[in-house]
Design a protein around this ligand. Sequence first.
Ligand SMILES: Cc1cc2nc3c(=O)[nH]c(=O)nc-3n(C[C@H](O)[C@H](O)[C@H](O)COP(=O)(O)OP(=O)(O)OC[C@H]3O[C@@H](n4cnc5c(N)ncnc54)[C@H](O)[C@@H]3O)c2cc1C
Length: 431
Amino acid sequence: MALRNHPAKYSAFGLVRRGLRKTNWPRVWREPDWKSSYDVIIIGGGVHGLATAYYLAANHGITNVAVLDKAYLGSGGSGRNTAIVRSNYLTPEGVAFYDRSLDLYNTMSVDLNLNVMFSERGHMTLAHTDSALRTMNWRAEVNKLQKIDSSVIGPDEIKKLAPSLDVSTNTRYPILGALYHPPGGTIRHDAVVWGYARGADAQGVDLHQKTEVLDILCEGGDGADGKGAGATVTGVRTRRGDISAPIVVNCTAGWASTIAGMAGVRLPITTHPLQAAVTEPVKAFLPTVVVSGSLHVYVSQTDRGELVFGASVDPVATYNMGGTLEFTEELAGHVLELMPGISKMRLLRQWAGLCDMTPDYSPVMGPTPVEGFYVDVGWGTYGFKAGPVSGEQMAACVANRATPDLIKPFELSRFTEGELVGEKGAAAVGH
Ligand SMILES: Cc1cc2nc3c(=O)[nH]c(=O)nc-3n(C[C@H](O)[C@H](O)[C@H](O)COP(=O)(O)OP(=O)(O)OC[C@H]3O[C@@H](n4cnc5c(N)ncnc54)[C@H](O)[C@@H]3O)c2cc1C
């Protein structure tokens, strides 16, 4: 990452020399001077905030933009996720949206001039019951209508794609079939964050780390301090001082409802932790991503050989990111149901991140009742894959002051208008 514009340092010798000296590493992005006003402030330096900043500059020429993060870039879900990307969702709105993200991921290494290690290895969602198989068939039909490569396959084909899976019929949770989606896969999450950060910085966007937003400044609203419906945003209060701006975008995922509350906007979001774990590395044996919604587990193998496991969110709403033994035990039990052959592998570590869950398992994007205050939130357990498309679309939304068609179904107003975009069948576990 530190090698941009320094071709001589690409040599292995140069890397070792610099690593040993630990000095003079060129910065990948600037440490910008403090400014008291911007055209756009983005709260949250995850993939969504950084992608929005990048596309504001790249697609709309809006560069007087600040991204504020209370910690370091990628310290939220963007640096904690299991890096699965796919577009085989359940609703036509969801499929079209996530498919655009896959398009952007496909050309990202070239667009950002950084290898983001996109591995298009296929994504398989197992069905252990008739009702699960029915949902897979439903998804396959929705997908095919939108020209997404996605179909239901039987146990023989599943065994060919992932020989380590136990597809025999005498198991506790027999595998009846699977939804197979060849364009899905994994991508290096840190690289995506760094790529957008570097790209935004190079175009003049200021990335302020360790800059916590404490309040959102508004005037003219019905609520306390002139906030809430009818208000206009005027800026933010941070630990380092106030910044004025006519537009503030909330890209804070797990913290989204707290930040929206600072503007007097109530979001239908609860925050739950999501845990994940990784094993020691072994030889490559799992060529696709495997998900089991019924067993609340999914697994993929990294290029280094580790197995990365995830699950569904913890059942209790909390901001606590501690790991639990309960998660590890359930995970191990469920994974061994699917792949008894890996019982000797050792877990290396586990971690958690915060997920902003909405009632319909779809995101919330676009304007709010406070003029100039936008949200790009509700990313639950599935928001990493959406980073590029929501960045692109939110940038257009802010630049043109109009919600683009692709994200119109995801506006906050859908909750009052009763137009939910129900994605639970495709998003509850299979990230
Ligand atoms: C364990 C785990 C596995 C996951 N796996 C997948 C997966 O395989 N595929 C997938 O698509 N998605 C996955 N997700 C979900 C995905 O990680 C998130 O939806 C996505 O990263 C959200 O990105 P973001 O940029 O919106 O938010 P984040 O990356 O969470 O960034 C929000 C930022 O806001 C900052 N912030 C918060 N409050 C303030 C404040 N007051 N002031 C300033 N800054 C603030 C935080 O420091 C943080 O950096 C997973 C999540 C977890 C936790």
